[in-house]
Write a protein that binds this ligand. Structure first.
Ligand code: NDP
Length: 311
């Protein structure tokens, strides 16, 4: 048996088309959603992510602007950038690209973002809305996980979902979304005893760990759905062999680039899982699609009366 591959790129493309259509309809009313991205310093990975986000905005019709701040920025500097964006009516979404430099109090900066413009869904008010099942802005990656499950017609209600990872950005909100969708949810982390045995109980297994190929086939119940959130760069040849020995396509990439992108799920899991998201091309593309969706949602929520998320 080989797992059904859940095509995140196709699902992300569908969502982007839906967002584009809605933005087109808004344009007829003279409204154009706007996203501001705050980028501090010159972290190469952050620069790539921000470029991807700005490009996606242009494709779906969202106005976007980038606020580059120097590496030496202080907390006060960033608070004033965010404050100004909070005041602007043409900006619906504010995204502060993480990580921020050490001298900056990142939590304070994120807390200053107007919850109505918090398209990352990190503000405690939006976290509270999620846990009390009220309308709000939901973190993009876990929201993307749910879209993959729903649009692939994977049953959720009554299923046992095991989430490995408890970060505020992925693990915890993914667990909350699955619980809100009536799954029975177990959350695992680095202190969990006998992780493989707990994972083997899962009908839906979400891996958000940050450890290349940690989830091997002995973690997976035959037929389970496995969602791989991990994005890890592997450049050690021995580690590469553990994961991809005999995969000629990947071997060629590794030879050319000296590294490959690997999820938290070992490729051998495809032999036991019922359905599986690939890396790349699984959860990754959903993250940007859901950012576009959240910016549209923020624009709609700010303009409708009786906003739950206003200030
Ligand atoms: P964090 O490092 O913030 O969290 C990792 C979690 O995994 C922690 O809860 C940690 O436990 C747990 N963990 C670490 N090692 C083990 C272990 N050996 N056994 C069990 N649990 C373990 O990472 P993020 O949540 O931010 O990201 C997780 C992964 O998802 C990363 O690979 C990241 O690159 C990727 N990612 C992908 C995105 C996408 O768009 N596809 C977006 C965001 C993230 P503890 O709490 O006890 O330390």
């Amino acid at each position: 048996m080989s797992a059904r591959i859940l095509d995140g790129s196709q699902i992300a493309s569908d969502i982007r088309k839906e967002v584009t259509a809605e933005i087109g309809a808004m344009a007829a009313q003279g409204i154009r959603p706007g996203l501001a991205v705050v980028l501090v310093g010159h972290n190469p990975a952050s620069e790539i992510y921000v470029r991807g986000k700005v490009k996606a905005c242009a494709e779906v019709g969202i106005y976007s602007e980038q606020h580059a701040a120097p590496e030496t920025s202080t907390t006060a500097d960033l608070l004033s950038v965010v404050d100004e964006l909070n005041q602007r009516d043409d900006i619906d979404g504010i995204l502060v690209q993480l990580p921020l430099p050490d001298q900056v109090d990142a939590k304070k900066v994120l807390l200053t973002v107007d919850p109505a413009k918090d398209v990352d869904g990190f503000h405690p008010l939006n976290v509270g809305f999620l846990s009390t099942q009220r309308p709000g802005l939901v973190p993009c990656t876990p929201a993307g996980v749910m879209e993959i499950l729903k649009r692939s017609h994977i049953p959720i209600a009554g299923q046992h979902a095991v989430v490995v990872g408890r970060s505020d950005i992925v693990g915890k909100p993914a667990a909350m979304l699955l619980l809100n969708a009536n799954a029975t949810v177990t959350v695992c982390h680095s202190k969990t005893r006998d992780l493989p045995a707990v994972c083997r109980q899962a009908d839906i297994l979400v891996a958000a760990i940050g450890r290349a190929g940690l989830i091997t086939r002995d973690f997976v119940k035959p037929g389970a759905t496995v969602i791989d959130v991990g994005m890890n760069k592997v450049s050690d040849p021995a580690e590469f062999q553990r994961l991809f020995a005999g995969d000629s396509k990947r071997e060629e990439t590794f030879r050319k680039k000296g590294s490959v992108l690997v999820g938290d799920v070992h490729p051998e899991v495809a032999l036991v899982a019922g359905a599986l998201t690939p890396v790349p091309g699984g959860v990754g593309p959903l993250t940007i699609a859901m950012l576009m969706y959240n910016t549209l949602k923020a624009a709609k929520m700010r303009r409708s009366s009786g906003l739950e998320v206003s200030g």
